[in-house]
Design a protein around this ligand. Structure first.
Ligand SMILES: [Fe+2]
Length: 227
């Protein structure tokens, strides 16, 4: 069963500030699917992670010239979700470039709400190949499905089959077009900032990294906390 984030944070000092600030962090996640928490120490970050769930994967997101992976390049990243096992994606900013590198976020629920009933039905039939990270990863997962009364989006769009049936292709194009029309939340993380996104709801990406290019984020994937 899904655990409400409000109940997860209740009564515990996740943030150093007082009760109101704590509640605003929980409320932000509930209302928007993401939360930006400025200037957290490593100890405060650990407490946030502990309260959210279990860390299942950790990555250093910085430019690695020898790497072919998009995430470790300076290039812009289009909107997507990370691995489906990650309920929460948490970034802790170690360094930020002096030009570009903004995080961009779009709520998939808002996009989904703009689609017709037929398009929604077609989206649920689109199977995307899954990232191969963990030993028990499945071969593919639907772009959208319901579990425990909640929708789960899995938008690894580059893993979609190229030969989709016409109805599914049209629905995917509508989904993409709605994303492009949406004004994203744009956040330039500063040193120490924490950004949390509900990876089953929020699509994330980033702007191209220019300037000093010393952008360095610690990224954590956390499994869903269950009760
Ligand atoms: Fe990502």
């Amino acid at each position: 069963m899904n655990t409400c984030i409000c109940s997860m944070v209740g009564g515990t000092a996740i943030l150093a500030a007082g009760r109101n600030k704590r509640m605003s962090f929980a409320s932000e996640l509930e209302a928007n699917g993401y939360a930006h928490i400025p200037r957290r120490t490593k100890a405060q970050l650990r407490e946030i992670l502990r309260r959210l769930g279990s860390v299942i994967y950790e990555t250093d997101v910085k430019i690695k010239p020898e790497s072919k992976a998009l995430v470790t390049s300076a290039r812009a990243l289009d909107f997507h979700t990370d691995h489906r096992k990650a309920k929460w994606v948490v970034w802790h900013c170690v360094e930020q470039t002096d030009d570009g590198g903004e995080s961009i976020l779009v709520d998939a629920e808002k996009i989904y709400a703009q689609l017709s009933v037929r398009e929604r039905a077609a989206l649920a039939k689109i199977m995307l190949f899954e990232h191969k990270i963990f030993d028990d990863d499945e071969e593919c997962r639907p772009l959208v499905e319901r579990r425990n009364g909640k929708r789960i989006f899995y938008y690894s769009f580059w893993l979609a089959r190229r030969d989709l049936p016409a109805g599914q292709k049209a629905a995917l194009n509508s989904f993409r077009a709605a994303i492009e029309r949406e004004e994203p939340a744009t956040i330039k993380l500063q040193k120490g900032d924490v950004l949390i996104a509900d990876n089953h709801r929020i699509l994330h990406g980033r702007r191209i990294i220019r300037g000093s290019q010393n952008r360095f984020l610690k990224r954590f994937w956390l499994s869903e906390t269950t009760a």
